[in-house]
Write a protein that binds this ligand. Structure first.
Ligand code: ACO
Length: 332
């Protein structure tokens, strides 16, 4: 058996900053409402013409640089995204080409907000037997072109971005000077609740037609308060499962990185887990909810700022459309 260690992290945010005041000019809302209900003050959005691989590639390059791994050595590339460049091919293949990582097998995992956690879980399965030594896992999303700028209940919540991690499989018996790495990854889904959060148009159910666009089916549909309740419950349970399966408690956690959807969701989950807010890494105020990107971006920032240090126990959990949810516990 092999353990999966974190070699390096990276992230990329589009330059365009969109403050809450922008939404005051297009829908019936206020900076005060958005701030108190979500904790979001501003978010990043792509410039026209940018696609998912344009964000995922620099995030990956930064992670590879931090890891000291040349792209040609990668064995596996997994992109957690539900907003890839095209319906086909996968964004994984496009990132592989951009990086020149032609030894790797590359594919996408569509798991909405927990896309990065799902990516870690899948990578771990490939790496535990040692058959794939070096892996790149990216969580990235461009939500800004899937939101209805006439719907105040959703348009204020989201942003764009990408984060990445380079992982290495090392034999359990071999001391490599890096702490334990990915201790566990638990992923779950419940398709019975898909209608609480979904994007109906653009796939095979409602293919791109003028009528589909006129009905605004290309945009996110969400029952926000239902999503809120399910998110708190599922993220808490998944985080508890991560700790229990490793014989640890929340008192052992150095840093908690929940999905950054809404400050109130994070506060509620931290409270249920009995983790003080000083241990919670928060980026939602400046980046909004960039879905699969929130956790790897927060992890990368916390590492680069020297908050998350080698050997720290980091607990991550997420929830999103599907419903899908999950947790990852890592000894960074
Ligand atoms: N500005 C002003 N008023 C608004 C806005 C807005 N931007 N959006 C909604 N409202 C109004 C509603 O119309 C409603 O008005 P009414 O009482 O006259 O009908 C009122 O505010 C309350 O609406 P609620 O939906 O009950 O407000 P709530 O306190 O639940 O907050 C929110 C809404 C922020 C969307 C919250 O439910 C939430 O964050 N849910 C989680 C959704 C989420 O994060 N989804 C992302 C994908 S999944 C994930 O990442 C976990």
């Amino acid at each position: 058996m092999h353990r999966v260690v974190f070699k390096g992290t990276g992230s990329y945010l589009p330059e365009r900053v969109v403050p809450n005041s922008y939404f005051e000019t297009i829908v019936e809302t206020t900076d005060e409402w958005i701030t108190t209900r979500t904790g979001i003050k501003e978010r990043r959005m792509i410039a026209s013409g940018q696609a998912m691989s344009d964000l995922a590639t620099p995030a990956a390059q930064r992670a590879l640089e931090a890891a000291g791994v040349p792209p040609e050595e990668l064995d596996l590339i997994i992109i957690g995204t539900s907003t890839g460049d095209m319906l086909s091919p996968s964004t994984g293949c496009l990132v592989q080409n951009n990086l020149g990582a032609f030894k790797a097998v590359a594919f996408d995992v569509n798991a909405a907000c927990p896309g990065f956690i799902y990516g870690l879980a899948v990578a771990r399965k490939f790496m535990q037997d040692g058959s794939h030594r070096l892996a790149l896992v990216v969580g990235g999303e461009i939500v800004s072109n899937r939101i209805d700028f006439e719907d105040r209940a959703t348009c204020v919540l989201f942003g764009d971005g990408a984060g990445a991690a380079v992982l290495e499989a090392v034999p359990e018996s071999e001391p490599v000077g890096l702490p334990g790495g990915l201790l566990s990854a638990h992923i779950r889904s419940n398709g019975a609740l898909w209608e609480l959060l979904y994007v109906p148009g653009g796939g095979s159910r409602h293919p791109p037609t003028h009528e589909m666009i006129d009905r605004r089916l290309q945009f996110v549909k969400m029952q926000g308060n239902e999503v809120f309740k399910h998110a708190v419950r599922a993220m808490t349970e998944s985080a508890e499962q991560a700790l229990a399966s490793n014989g640890l408690t929340s008192a052992d956690v150095d840093w908690f990185i929940p999905h950054q959807a809404n400050m109130r969701i994070m506060e509620a989950v931290a409270k249920k887990l009995d983790i003080p807010m000083e241990k919670v890494v928060i980026t939602v105020h400046k980046y909004g909810n960039n879905s699969a990107a929130t956790i790897p971006i927060a992890l990368d920032e916390a590492v680069r700022e020297g908050r998350v240090k080698r050997g720290d126990l980091v607990l991550c959990c997420s929830f999103g459309a599907g419903f899908v949810w999950g947790s990852a516990l890592l000894r960074y």
